[in-house]
Design a protein around this ligand. Structure first.
Ligand code: ADP
Ligand code: MG
Ligand code: ZN
Length: 616
């Protein structure tokens, strides 16, 4: 099906190229005719002035003159030479000769009647421009009409259809996510045997909202639902509804639902639904209007489902907090399936699934790998294993080993290594900065042990110190958050202590620290302001942004928040300075080893500074 469409597209392209060519050919032809008319036909023989012919006739050199219209061709006596010339239009050759004192009877003058020919030329040169003009206009109009059709085709939904014939994804291709699967199995059953539910008088759900962070398998599991139920799957991203023209999104929605109903039973999958389903605010801009229309159309379509339509809409979002309440009302996306970041067991399952078909050395331990990858989404894991395979192939290895996997895991989270010119001073700064993070974190009981320190640049950072979580935690405590801030500020503190100067390298650390501190104050109620949520609400619409309402937080309160944030940051910074001062010798040791080796693994680090004491 996709193939046929492609061919059609190709033919269309060829057609437009041909059309372009035709226009050029017509223009060239017109130009040619124009020049031909202006300059006369190309000359054969020797063109001479008419006076020359007259003199030659006088001198008896000419045998015969052939007259075609205004063109004369003179045969020279006793030779094959022919002279050509032109007389003035309308003048008679006899008169010209007589006027020059030549007896026309001296030579034979043959007159070829060209009046018919001339009449034709006259006719053609009069009509041809008109024909060309009409032809051009015809082509232009056709183009315009097609262009207009192009605009109308905007209205067709761009949903990609995965039919039953395509390779199907089943629930077995989704590792973990057992709860989500259980809920979705119900949807599968609805699609497979709607009769059963109808007999019970049960209403079939119209919309299911899949919620979860990016890469946790929302798209995958939706396709698996279609695969299990063996129904067509229409997939479109919310942002694809949006176009420059207002009204297009709504038209696309209408078209997509019509298509799906035609192919019922089936699934419509709307990815990033928050991009259209955002809360409606008071906006004046066109984009806002367009979104509202599109959203309304979706609601209308969903409300318009008859019990016999058997089309279920799956929407995916990673920001359900932004969704318009109208969208999650009963009869719309009233079911919610939550997909979380995979826990240890789920990571193991996902890793195993994506290990299939790849060779591994015996020392690769799935359990260890799963422990090492806390905070990785399903997509991260799939990505990591693929990167590892690529790396192993590039290095000419026979199988994927531990080292390659470790590099791949780092690459997935931090970006590829960046070899760049670094001055010795830069390296020293980076070494102390990273050593600062490591030493501070090492001396705080709630921070996870150092996994690795490196001053090899990656992505945007000049180096990194990793403290991957050793366990899946669902909650953060105040003491752990504070210690995270202190660790993040360790880099800056080390720079200041050793170089008596500070660098821009800490910008990201400061952002991390400030964000945690602000969340502690405004969201988690972990400051002297008490257990209160004063997080500024996201502001929608031009009006609220223009008036800077502060997201529902008064200015006095905003000032208090700032003070509390600063208090947390200041005390954390002081603490990291104290830790470094007390451990100056260890700091030097770590920094110098880093300069020498560039990367330190956890055991090498512990050899330098001793085992981590866990107080709690
Ligand atoms: P989302 O739509 O939530 O952003 P995707 O469904 O697009 O995430 O997942 C991206 C890729 O990650 C999938 O194609 C798959 O390879 C992998 N993946 C994610 N979650 C899982 C899982 N639970 N089991 C197996 N693979 C997964
Ligand atoms: Mg997705
Ligand atoms: Zn840093």
């Amino acid at each position: 099906m996709a193939n046929g469409r492609k061919k059609l597209k190709l033919d269309k392209r060829m057609l437009s190229i041909l059309k372009g060519l035709a226009v050029y050919i017509l223009i060239a032809l017109a130009a040619l005719i124009f020049f031909y008319q202006v300059s006369g036909p190309p000359q054969t023989g020797n063109e001479v002035p008419i006076s020359q012919i007259i003199t030659d006739v006088k001198e008896g050199k000419i045998q015969k003159i052939l007259l075609e219209g205004d063109k004369l061709t003179a045969d020279v006596k006793n030779s094959d030479q022919k002279l050509t010339s032109h007389k003035e239009a309308g003048e008679s050759l006899y008169k010209i000769l007589e006027a020059s004192g030549v007896d026309p009877k001296l030579i034979t003058i043959e007159v070829k009647d060209t009046s018919i020919q001339q009449a034709w030329i006259g006719l053609i040169s009069a009509i041809l421009p008109v024909i060309i003009l009409v032809g051009l206009m015809f082509l232009l109009f056709r183009n315009a009409r097609e262009g207009a059709q192009g605009i109308f085709s905007f209205a067709q939904s761009r949903a990609r259809l995965f039919t039953k014939d395509q390779p199907q994804i089943k629930f077995s291709d989704v590792a973990g996510a057992d709860e989500a699967k259980k809920e979705l199995e119900e949807v599968v059953d609805f699609l497979k045997s709607p009769q059963k539910y109808k007999e019970m008088g049960a209403k079939i759900p119209k919309g299911v909202l899949l919620v979860g962070p990016p890469g946790c398998g929302k798209t995958l599991i939706s396709r698996a639902v279609a695969g299990e139920a063996n129904v067509p799957f229409f997939s479109i991203a919310g942002s694809e509804f949006m176009e420059m023209l207002v009204g297009v999104g709504a038209a696309r929605v209408r078209d997509m639902f019509a298509q799906a109903k035609k192919n019922a039973p089936g699934i419509i999958f709307i990815d990033e639904i928050e991009s259209i389903g955002r809360m409606r605010g008071m906006g004046f801009t066109g984009g806002h209007d367009e979104r509202e229309q599109t959203l309304n159309q979706i609601l209308v379509e969903m409300d318009g489902f008859t019990p016999n339509d058997h089309v279920i809409v799956l929407g995916a979002s990673n920001r359900p907090d932004l969704l318009d309440p109208a969208l999650i009302r009963p009869g719309r996306f009233d079911r919610r399936v939550i997909l979380n970041m995979p826990d240890l067991e789920e990571r193991k399952a996902i890793i195993k699934l994506h290990m299939k078909g790849k060779p591994f050395t015996d020392d690769v331990d799935v359990e260890k790998l799963a422990r090492r990858t806390v905070g990785f989404s399903g997509a991260d894991l799939a990505n990591m294993l693929n990167e590892a395979a690529i790396l192993a192939a590039r290095e000419g290895k026979k199988a994927i080993d531990h080292i390659v996997l470790e590099e791949a895991a780092t690459k997935v989270k931090l970006g590829p290594q960046r070899k760049r010119m670094q001055t010795e001073k830069d390296r020293k700064l980076a070494a102390y900065h990273e050593a600062g993070h490591a030493i501070v974190g090492h001396n705080l009981s709630n921070v996870d042990p150092v996994h690795r320190i490196s001053i090899v640049a990656r992505g945007l950072s000049g180096g990194h110190t990793m403290f991957p979580p050793t366990e899946d935690r669902s909650n953060e405590t105040k003491s752990r958050l504070v210690e995270q801030i202190t660790t993040a500020l360790g880099g800056r503190a080390a720079e200041e202590m050793v170089f008596k100067d500070i660098s821009t390298g800490a910008a990201n650390d400061l952002e991390v620290a400030s964000t945690i501190a602000r969340d502690m104050v405004t969201e988690y109620g972990m400051s002297d302001l008490g257990p209160i949520n004063i997080k500024p609400r996201p502001m929608f619409g031009l009006w609220s942004r223009m008036t800077d309402e502060g997201g529902g937080v008064s200015q006095a309160m905003q000032a208090k928040i700032d003070t509390e944030v600063k208090k947390i940051i200041d005390s954390s910074y002081k603490q990291s300075q104290q830790i470094l001062l007390k451990n100056k010798i260890k700091l030097d040791k770590v920094a110098n080893t880093l300069l020498e080796k560039e990367t330190l693994e956890s055991d090498e680090f512990e050899k330098l500074v001793g085992k981590k004491k866990v107080l709690s």
